[in-house]
Design a protein around this ligand. Structure first.
Ligand code: ZN
Length: 96
């Protein structure tokens, strides 16, 4: 009986030590954003500045200027579709 309770204590300690990093890792995955890596601004079609970004549904899109952020967020689906069409035209091999 003593052996069993000792094992239980070890198990409980092990779980409490291991669990927090796992929870933290799960949070990190949920908050992490994927950089789309687009070269053209979804709103204007100009080259992205490399300094202006907008996040939408866990993905980060490059913008040409800070002003495009509000415009993008007013209709993200439309601008994402527009951007993908532009990217495909600019670099046809990218979709292969
Ligand atoms: Zn822009």
């Amino acid at each position: 009986m003593k052996k069993i309770s000792a094992l239980l204590v070890i198990a409980v300690v092990a779980v409490s030590v291991i669990t927090p990093p796992l929870l933290h890792a799960a949070e990190a995955v949920n908050t992490a954003t994927t950089d789309v890596g687009n070269k053209l601004c979804p709103v204007s079609g100009n080259p992205v500045s490399g300094q202006d970004f907008v996040e939408y549904q866990g993905e980060r899109y490059g913008l040409c200027c800070a002003g495009c952020k509000q415009i993008f967020l007013s209709d993200p689906v439309k601008y994402i579709a527009k951007m993908k069409a532009q990217e495909a035209q600019a670099n046809p091999a990218a979709g292969m």
